[in-house]
Structures are given as C-alpha cells and as structure tokens.
Design a binder for this molecule. Structure first.
Ligand code: CP
Ligand code: NVA
Length: 310
C-alpha cells in the first residue's frame, strides 16, 4: 500500500488504522531512520507548517515533533495551549477553522479525547493526537517500531502491561491487537482499562488474546515484552500518594520479570519514577530498550507526518 493512501487522514487513535496501514508506517519509520543515519535528506514537508499545541507538559513529544518537522524540511510552530484564545472562550471549532487556513497539520496534546475529535471534525487539515487522557498513539507507533527492530516480528508476540489502565494501556491494546499480538494487562480493581476499548481490541484480533487481570504474575507469564507507565498520569498529581498505596504489588522488578520469557524486552514510555513503577535494576538493566524506544518517537512521527501531511 502506498503511503499516499494515508494523505489527509487524522491520527487520533491506532484503532482507526488497519494492520497494513500501521505496517506501512513502521516500514517507513525504519527506512527514515536509516536515511537519517546515512545523512540522506527527506524533505517531505518542504514549504509546510505544522502546529504543535501542548496543554500538558512534554519532553519527548515536543522535541521529537519539533526536530522531526525540521528534518522533513517544514516549519514547526510550538504553541502552549494556555496562549491560545481557547483559554478565553474561543471555541475549538473556530480555532480549527482558523488554523486550517494557515497550516498543513496540527499535533495536539490535551485532556479529553472528545476535544481532539471536535478539533479534527472542524479542521480541514490532518490532526495528530500527541496524547489525551484516553490514548497515546504516537508513543505506541514508536513502541511497535522498537519491538519490530528488536524481535524481527510483531504477530504472535505477547506484551504484558503492568500498572494503571490508562492512555498507554489503551493505545497498547489498540496497536498490539491490530498487529496480531497478544496483550495482557494487570491493574488493580478500579484502575483497569476502559471496557469499551478492551472489547474493541478483542474484535481487532479475534484469534489472539486480550487478557485483563488483577494478577501481575499471570499477565507477565511467558511475555516477550513487559511494559509499564507512571502510576499517576499528568493531571492526577494530587492522587499520587493514594495511587502509590493502591499500586503496591504492581511494581515491575526482577522477581516479577522472572515470569517472562528469558529474552524479554522491558519498555516504558517515560518519564519514569525509578523504584516506584519499575526498579532501577530493570529499567537500567540489559533487557531495557527504553532509549531506543524514546529515539524512535522521532522516526515514527516523521513517517506519520510524511504520510499524512507530506
Ligand atoms: N513519552 C512521552 O510522551 O513523553 P513526554 O511526556 O515527555 O512527551
Ligand atoms: N500516562 C502518562 C503518559 C506520559 C507519556 C500520562 O498521561 O501522563
């Protein structure tokens, strides 16, 4: 499939993309990574401008998008969400129409998924989800690239996610199920993933497994990848102390990792709280691929922007 079939599309959640479309993006990300290493230019966004709107903090997403647009020959425009007139009551739909007149693409990190859906419906240019309370699809695109590079395949592998059933858990279920992987999520009662998204993931991979459990050892049993994320996401800072108590027993450590395959990969979207959701010996140990994973944000998002906006 040619990447041009993705031109003009929004990237709001991985569930909206087929297995072939995701594979096309991953192949392109790996090719762009090689081209960058060889110093070959790829000016897919020459003459184009992309807004990067952040209503939550960011290190990786902001930097990888800014550098990525620059490397593709385009103009990245960083906008702190608080600086927009949205903060003074201008509607999302009006903002979308205005931005569509100036720009060629919008990446936005915000709170409610409904906000990004409203923006995408009113905009005539592609909108990319740079994280909402429900999803983080750009991260999972880079995660799938990382798994493919380290394991040589995706279908048939098992990813175990231990921790909060949050935006990362949802997007991992979306993306891994689409690519034919088994997914197991271990989260305490009250913090399990949204059942609607669990059902969608099960439909996306009828021959595979999407297991939701409260038992981390059951989730990690035989896993090829162990994944975790912070226990208190952006916007939940006030719940941090309570969550540390509720998530006791869900730490990824050497004892838990012994249930996985001997050649398991450890992954984390970052930022990490060492010795909270994962011990330092695991995230800094030989199974960890978190630095490749973070670097791949750049390559995966360049592939995405080149396909959607280029
Ligand atoms: N993983 C990730 O999205 O990191 P940032 O919050 O730093 O962008
Ligand atoms: N679940 C985390 C992911 C950060 C990349 C958050 O939403 O803060």
């Amino acid at each position: 499939m040619a990447a041009s079939s993705l031109r003009g599309r929004d990237f709001l959640r991985l569930h909206d993309f087929s297995t072939v479309e995701i594979q096309t993006l991953l192949d392109s990300a790996i090719a762009l990574k090689g081209a960058l290493r060889r110093g070959e230019p790829h000016p897919a966004l020459a003459g184009k401008s992309v807004a990067l709107i952040f209503r939550k903090p960011s290190t990786r997403t902001r930097l990888s998008f800014e550098v990525g647009v620059h490397q593709l020959g385009g103009q990245p425009l960083f906008i702190s969400g608080n600086d927009l007139q949205i903060g003074r009551g201008e509607t999302i739909a009006d903002t979308a129409r205005i931005l569509s007149g100036y720009l060629h693409g919008i990446m936005i990190r915000t709170f409610a998924q409904a906000e990004i859906v409203e923006l995408a419906e009113a905009a005539s240019i592609p909108v990319i989800n740079g994280l909402t309370d429900d999803f983080h699809p750009c991260q999972v695109l880079a995660d799938l690239q990382t798994i493919l590079e380290h394991k040589g395949r995706l279908a048939g592998l098992k990813l175990a996610y231990v921790g909060d059933g949050n935006n990362m858990a949802h997007s991992l279920m979306n993306g891994c199920a689409r690519m034919g992987m088994d997914v197991a999520i271990a989260a305490p009662e009250g913090f399990q993933p949204n059942p609607t998204f669990v059902a969608e993931a099960r439909r996306a991979n009828p021959g595979g497994q999407v297991l939701i459990t409260t038992d981390p050892a059951e989730a990690v049993a035989g896993a090829d990848i162990i994944y975790t994320d912070v226990w208190a996401s952006m916007g939940q800072e006030a719940e941090h102390a309570e969550r540390v108590e509720r998530f006791a027993g869900y730490q990824v450590n050497e004892a838990l990792a012994r249930h996985a395959k001997p050649d398991y990969l450890f992954m984390h979207c970052l930022p990490v709280h060492r010795d909270e959701e994962v011990t330092a010996d695991v995230i800094d140990g030989p199974h960890s691929v978190v630095w490749d994973e973070a670097e791949n944000r750049l390559h995966a998002q360049k592939a995405l922007m080149a396909a959607l906006i280029g």
